[in-house]
Design a binder for this molecule. Structure first.
Ligand code: ZN
Length: 259
């Protein structure tokens, strides 16, 4: 039985919160330790969870630890995972290199690392199962390059006045996004846009919304789409640089890459 499992069970016992039916203890911002002390329909064994927003980002069983992101490969997710791994007797942490995540040995062998996958499992004896295949890294690298190319191409088209205003003729998934820019029907259409080089007008606005950009950006983008590019000296850099960065970030996030 891992010491970490007992330690977390002990901490949670002192808690006064609940997540669903389960006893919980506040651990950090938006984060709870949650006890799942008996069998759950979806899993075999009892476990202690680190629960961030709506996701168990770490599940600690008696003999293994499982890691998840719920599609949010953010700095916060990584920090929570590493915080609990640091408390454990297992010698691993999650690191990021070139926008990819790895589960890596901390002290013994820095070269030993495994591409991250949902549910990747570190066992009590230190072996890893459920890592993404090495080809997944290659696949992600290709995807990152496509995103970069797409964002650059988008801005070139925007500068050239080739992107019209958002309309019902846009990709429906992009057009029907919610007020935070989250697309209506999942994110699969993003892949198609990358493949086809289809610069969806609504996508830029969604990327701005997702990033919490102020109204100035929407105004500048709207003017550029109307064929009145912003005053180069004053706002050109502001619009185009922010557009490129926002699109990259938005697509990475939407496609489950660290953003
Ligand atoms: Zn779309």
């Amino acid at each position: 039985m891992m010491k970490l499992y007992k330690d977390l069970a002990g901490e949670i016992r002192k808690g006064r919160s609940k997540i669903g039916d389960f006893k919980a203890k506040k651990w950090a911002n938006n984060t709870y330790l949650v006890s799942h002390p008996y069998s759950h329909p979806s899993v075999m064994d009892p476990f202690m969870a680190v629960h961030l927003h709506d996701t168990d980002v770490v599940r600690v069983f008696g003999d293994k630890i499982q890691l998840f992101t719920g599609g949010w490969k953010t700095v916060t997710t990584k920090e929570r995972i590493n915080r609990v791994l640091f408390q454990s007797e297992l010698d691993y942490y999650v690191c990021q290199e070139k926008s990819l995540w790895y589960v890596q040995r901390a002290r013994n062998d820095r070269h030993l690392r495994y591409p991250f996958a949902e549910g990747i499992t570190i066992h009590e004896d230190g072996h890893i199962t459920g890592a993404a295949p090495a080809s997944a890294s290659k696949k992600n690298e290709k995807l990152l390059k496509k995103i970069k190319k797409y964002a650059e191409g988008y801005v070139v088209a925007l500068k050239a006045g080739k992107i019209p205003l958002p309309s019902g003729g846009d990709c429906w998934g992009c057009y029907m996004a919610d007020k935070n820019g989250k697309p209506a029907f999942g994110n699969d259409h993003f892949i198609e846009h990358l493949e086809e080089g289809y610069f969806v007008p609504s996508l830029l606005m969604n990327a701005f919304k997702d990033r919490g950009c102020g109204s100035l950006y929407f105004q500048l983008a709207t003017e550029a789409m109307r064929g009145k590019p912003p005053d180069k000296e004053r706002f050109g850099g502001l619009l185009y640089e922010t557009a490129e960065r926002s699109i990259r970030r938005f697509l990475k996030k939407g496609l489950g890459l660290p953003s």
